[in-house]
Design a protein around this ligand. Sequence first.
Ligand SMILES: [Zn+2]
Ligand SMILES: [Zn+2]
Length: 235
Amino acid sequence: MEIANKIQTIRKKNGLTQKEFAEKLFVTRQAVTRWESGETTPTIDTLKKMVDIFKVDTCDLLGTICQSCTAELCELDNLGLNKDKSVNIDYCKYCFVDGNLLPVTFDEMMDGYEEYFDNPTPEGKEKFRQQLASLKRWRDNQSKGEFKMNKRDCIACSMPMEKVEDFAGGDTSKNYCFHCAKQDGTMKTYAEVLEGSMAWGMENFTLMGFETQPTETELRKALESHMATLPAWKK
Ligand SMILES: [Zn+2]
Ligand SMILES: [Zn+2]
């Protein structure tokens, strides 16, 4: 059950109208309406109040595990937070920071598991792999065939960086490519990378998922939505 439904259940169980419920939590009635419709989530402080006032079991209120790393989510303080400090019910505070999912790949999560458990058994590893693959973050990536970053993809344009020359200034410690670097070696701005990708996109439009030559507007739109998924520009 999603938190929207859970909040509504708590309110109804206590026989309160949205207005009464809102007053107890020092929020507006509109805020309650938005939570219950799933439009927004409460802030961490409001959730804490809710738990206190209505004697809610936090494990019941929250999901079971982080949908990125499998960490337990029974404690409010372990929840990831959005930029406005509202909670993200799906992810833990280590995976979801300030409104963003940390850019890691599935393989890096597996590597992390091996480091953490220092020589896990092959069975343990396989069990973790299956559990990870069932989580929202990775399940969606796999089933929809969405774009998935590799360790060495440019964070600004997603170009795979295979040779030393592909990296900005030939520096393999950089996480952006030479196309995305300015003269002085710093990373280009969003607008600059977008403009730089237009010419490439026109020539390689099939790689962008177009069957025929797109218009400039169509290509720009496709590039913008692709760039929105990249670590450098993710909001
Ligand atoms: Zn997590
Ligand atoms: Zn790049």
